[in-house]
Design a protein around this ligand. Structure first.
Ligand SMILES: [Fe+2]
Length: 237
């Protein structure tokens, strides 16, 4: 198993590691490492918080570009991470719709996206976290390939220039389309495995957790990869 120091050093090959917005999940010596653990002792109110489709840190002004996950302990059953491609929906739009959506800007807030089937809806009594409330373009261009994808993550809840009913209906429809089964893969991160994913063409989400046994992982989320320039203003170096 990699040491914490080596893990951060390895992560830095893919970008500048960012610190998690959840202070008590940060590693004491390496705050770029974020601990994620669940088991019988996990309070009911905070269980299955990752069972929704999202792009890590889309609720922050400076979002991540790459996440690196190192498995520490995996349950025998369940505990998968699922991925879906955000570019597939954009590719399926008509030229007119592409042109229209290219100019839209969405409002983001942690846990505020309209929920879709299969996701865990947050308990209203769940402790609220103080986070940014940024705007992001609805369409993001990949900083390396230029491929465009629909960016709703799990945080888009409004679109400038649209009324409440219209914006919620559009975001929900796009989110449902992105995660259709033909756009998805699933992967189980076992102890010692490292999985990296590219935020610009993927949303991810956990499957529901079996809380009778311990499981855990640590992750680093990095800013834009080195030697490339984002084509939107969202990610800054
Ligand atoms: Fe995540």
């Amino acid at each position: 198993m990699l040491s914490d120091a080596d893990y951060v050093r390895f992560a830095s090959f893919f970008g500048r590691p960012l610190e998690s917005f959840i202070r008590d999940h940060r590693n004491a010596d390496y705050p770029e490492i974020n601990h994620s653990k669940s088991g019988p002792a996990t309070p009911l109110l905070v269980r299955d918080g990752a069972v929704h489709w999202h792009w890590a840190s889309s609720h922050e002004v400076e979002g991540g570009a790459v996440t690196m996950l190192l498995g520490k302990k995996a349950p025998d059953v369940g505990g998968e991470t699922r991925f879906a491609r955000t570019s597939k929906v954009y590719e399926s739009l008509s030229d007119k719709m592409k042109h229209w959506s290219d100019g839209l800007v969405a409002r983001h807030g942690l846990g505020r996206a309209p929920w879709i089937e299969g996701e865990t809806e947050p308990d209203p009594d769940r402790p609220r976290r103080q986070t940014d409330a940024p705007d992001h373009p609805l369409v993001m261009a990949h900083p390396v390939t230029g491929r465009k994808g629909i960016f709703t993550s799990g945080t888009a809840y409004g679109i400038h220039g649209m009324d409440d009913a219209e914006e919620i209906a559009l975001i929900r429809e796009l989110r449902e389309h992105i995660v259709r089964s033909e756009h998805r893969i699933s992967c189980k991160v076992r102890a010692g495995d490292i999985v990296l994913w590219d935020h610009f063409d993927a949303v991810h989400g956990a499957t529901p957790t079996e809380y009778s046994s311990e499981q855990g992982a640590v992750c680093c989320t990095g800013s834009a990869p080195r030697a490339c320039q984002p084509s939107t203003s969202r990610v800054s170096e």
